[in-house]
Design a protein around this ligand. Structure first.
Ligand code: GDP
Length: 212
């Protein structure tokens, strides 16, 4: 376990991720771009701030809105950073109003995507720092364990807490994680004030093998 608290940035880093553009949505395995590129997927509980994180990363307010229009929230949304390098916005989990049968369809596609997609270099898992490791998050982490997909957790909405409380939660989550799924990295984050954004960018850029 490594706590990636290297940067505490309130500034901007005009890196490659900022150029990302929405290209397509995939509703089925056949819709995914051909294997051979590199992809980093963003996932997390609904309302944890996945869309806000994508917007912060890409520095384009409203970019992820595309993926939130009705119908699109069920799809894998592909944002191209540069040719063959993608950010993939996965449907959030745990949204109570999702129709049961549709939820199962997505679950099948998402679990196949995460377990079989060769282009998937890493997973960014977003949690609300005030409610980290919900039972659903724990199920997800246990399921991810044997798949060996590099995973980096961001504890989002850190701006809601003081620094001391953030650190306390960070260490508690780190301890709990070592019992569930070792090898996962972790940081605090705020999509709103961009706290530790550059650390998140570095993780993603390393996985995608692109340099700012
Ligand atoms: P998603 O459902 O996971 O895509 O979550 P959204 O990005 O739509 O965010 C859900 C709610 O949390 C919205 O009201 C956001 O404004 C809020 N939110 C997201 N990120 C942050 C953050 O870093 N700080 C605070 N205070 N609120 C946030």
């Amino acid at each position: 376990m490594l706590i990636q608290e290297l940067h505490n940035d309130l500034g901007y880093n005009f890196g490659m991720l900022k150029q990302s553009k929405f290209i397509k949505s995939a509703a089925a395995w056949e819709d995914l771009p051909p294997e051979g590129g590199k992809e980093v997927a963003l996932w997390g509980r609904s309302n944890s701030g996945k869309s806000s994180t994508l917007n912060a990363l890409c520095n384009q307010h409203g970019l992820a809105r595309t993926s939130r229009t009705p119908g699109r929230t069920t799809l894998l949304n592909y944002f191209q950073v540069i040719p063959d390098r993608w950010l993939v916005d996965l449907p959030g989990y745990g949204y109570a109003k999702q129709a049961k049968h549709r939820q199962e369809d997505w679950d099948t596609l998402i679990s196949r995507y995460i377990s079989e997609r060769h282009s998937l270099m890493g997973l960014i898992l977003i949690m609300d720092i005030r409610h980290p490791l919900t039972p659903l998050d724990q199920q997800v982490l246990e399921w991810l364990g044997p798949l060996n997909v590099p995973t980096h957790i961001i504890l989002n909405k850190a701006d809601k807490l003081g620094y001391g409380a953030q650190q306390q939660i960070l260490h508690r989550v780190q301890n709990n994680l070592s019992k569930i799924n070792a090898g996962i990295t972790l940081q605090t984050f705020s999509a709103h004030n961009k706290q530790n954004l550059s650390n998140l960018e570095h993780v993603i850029e390393n996985w995608l093998e692109i340099k700012s």
